[in-house]
Design a protein. Sequence first.
Length: 119
Amino acid sequence: MEWKKIEQKGECPSARSGHSFTWIGGYNYLLYGGIEDAKNGKIAPTGDLYTMKIGASDCTWTKTSANGSDKPLPRTQHCALNTPKGDKVFIFGGHHSPQARLNDTWFLEVKTMEWRRIG
């Protein structure tokens, strides 16, 4: 086995931690949330969504937005998983701030990029 750094193209996400990175079918992945580098001296979770397609020697990022009137709060340290077909991504919990732990469940319909709250 050998690690190989690949070239990143497109709208690359900023440095972050506490995000999820989930397979959504084929060579495609979804990055959601996390904590970005401080902006204006304030560190806070984000609700950013990026898709990434892996090629033979590179990957291409695309920043995307989700549809729907009800969307999850920005978060970090959440759990995410996909359905077997990769058509939905479920997220649960996480932190909205150091004091605010979340206990909610959402799914993102990958084809339409629409959030739906469960329960």
